[in-house]
Design a protein around this ligand. Structure first.
Ligand SMILES: Cc1cc2nc3c(=O)[nH]c(=O)nc-3n(C[C@H](O)[C@H](O)[C@H](O)COP(=O)(O)OP(=O)(O)OC[C@H]3O[C@@H](n4cnc5c(N)ncnc54)[C@H](O)[C@@H]3O)c2cc1C
Length: 267
C-alpha cells in the first residue's frame, strides 16, 4: 500500500546515516511496513545499502546472520547445511503465514525487530540461544539474547535509533538436535502456537513456546524432561493471550500437548 505520509526516503550507507530525524523509520524488506497505513511515518531510511545480508560461518563454527538476510536465504542455508539444527531453519521459515514471495523480501532482522508473537525468526533465535547485536545511536553496541528483545506481541525493547545489526547462533546450538510443532486455527492461518526445542550433545534440552504467548517462554532442563513435567510447565507458563487467531485457553492447551511431543521427539 502507498505510505501517504512519507515525504523523504534515503539509503543508509554508513553508521552515521542511521541517525533518525523526527518521523523517520527504518525500512528493511518493507513487507510489514507497506502492509499497513503508517500515518506517523514521514521518512524512510533504507537499510539495503549497508551490505548487511551476509551469512557467515566463523572458524569457531558460529553462524553470523546479517539482519538484512532474507528469510528465504536463511531457509535455503538450512536446507543445504549438514548442521543437525539446520532443519529448524526451514521449519521456522515455513511457520510464517507469509508466502514464498514475502519470504524472499522479508528480512530476518525485520521479523525479529517487529516482535510479533508469531515471529518465527524469534522462535528460531530463542531455541538456538541466538544473540542480537544492536547498534545504538551513541556509537556503542549492545548484545542481547534474541529471546529478551520482545516485550509484548509487536513491541520490543529496541529504543529510538537502535538498529538490529546481526544475529549470532553459537556452534553448540547448531550441533544440537531439534524438533518443531506448529498449529493454527485456519489451514493457512498465522501460527496460534509454535513449539520448538533442542537437545545439546551434553544431554541438556531447551523447550520454547512462541506464538501462543506474547513473549517467548524458554524452558531449560538438565536432561529430557518427562511428558508430565513438560505439560505442567507449559500449562503454568505466563503470557497466553486471546486474539482472533485463538483464545488463551486453547493456546495453553495445545502448547502443553505439542511441547510434550517436542520433548518426546528429542528423547
Ligand atoms: C502476507 C504476510 C504474512 C505475514 N506473516 C507473518 C507471520 O506469520 N509472522 C510474523 O511475525 N510476521 C508476519 N508478517 C509481517 C512481516 O512481513 C514479517 O514480520 C517480516 O519478517 C518483516 O520483515 P521486513 O524485512 O519486511 O521488515 P519491514 O517491514 O521493513 O520492517 C518491519 C519493522 O521493523 C523495523 N526494522 C526492520 N529492520 C530493522 C532493523 N534491522 N533494526 C531495527 N528495526 C528494524 C522497521 O522499522 C519496521 O518497524 C507477514 C506479512 C505479510 C505481508
Amino acid at each position: 500500500m502507498d505510505l501517504a505520509a512519507v515525504q523523504t526516503m534515503r539509503v543508509a550507507r554508513s553508521r552515521a546515516d542511521l541517525a533518525l530525524a523526527p518521523g523517520e523509520t527504518y525500512l528493511a524488506g518493507g513487507t510489514w511496513l507497506y502492509s499497513e497505513r503508517q500515518p506517523d511515518v514521514t521518512g524512510l531510511v533504507d537499510l539495503s545499502g549497508l551490505g548487511w545480508d551476509e551469512l557467515e560461518l566463523t572458524s569457531e563454527g558460529d553462524l553470523r546472520i546479517g539482519s538484512m538476510t532474507t528469510i528465504a536465504t536463511l531457509e535455503a542455508w538450512g536446507t543445504s547445511s549438514p548442521a543437525p539444527a539446520a532443519a529448524l531453519f526451514e521449519q521456522c521459515a515455513q511457520s510464517l503465514l507469509a508466502s514464498f514471495k514475502v519470504r524472499t523480501a522479508a528480512s530476518v532482522g525485520g521479523n525479529i525487530a517487529k516482535g510479533f508473537a508469531a515471529g518465527a525468526m524469534i522462535a528460531l533465535g530463542a531455541t538456538l540461544d541466538a544473540t542480537a547485536v544492536v547498534w545504538k545511536p551513541d556509537g556503542t553496541d549492545l548484545r542481547v539474547p534474541v529471546t529478551a528483545l520482545p516485550t509484548g506481541n509487536g513491541t520490543t525493547c529496541l529504543g529510538d535509533g537502535e538498529v538490529l545489526r546481526q544475529v549470532e547462533i553459537p556452534a553448540y546450538a547448531l550441533a544440537a538436535r531439534t524438533a518443531h510443532r506448529r498449529i493454527a486455527l485456519a489451514e493457512h492461518g498465522r501460527s496460534g502456537a509454535l513449539l520448538t526445542g533442542r537437545r545439546d550433545e551434553d544431554g541438556t534440552s531447551v523447550l520454547v513456546i512462541t506464538a501462543a504467548t506474547s513473549v517467548p517462554v524458554v524452558l531449560r532442563y538438565e536432561g529430557v524432561p518427562s511428558v508430565a513435567t513438560v505439560r505442567a510447565d507449559a500449562l503454568a507458563a505466563p503470557g497466553y493471550y486471546t486474539d482472533p487467531l485463538g483464545s488463551a485457553d486453547w493456546r495453553r492447551s495445545v502448547s502443553a500437548t505439542l511441547l510434550a511431543e517436542v520433548a518426546q521427539e528429542l528423547a
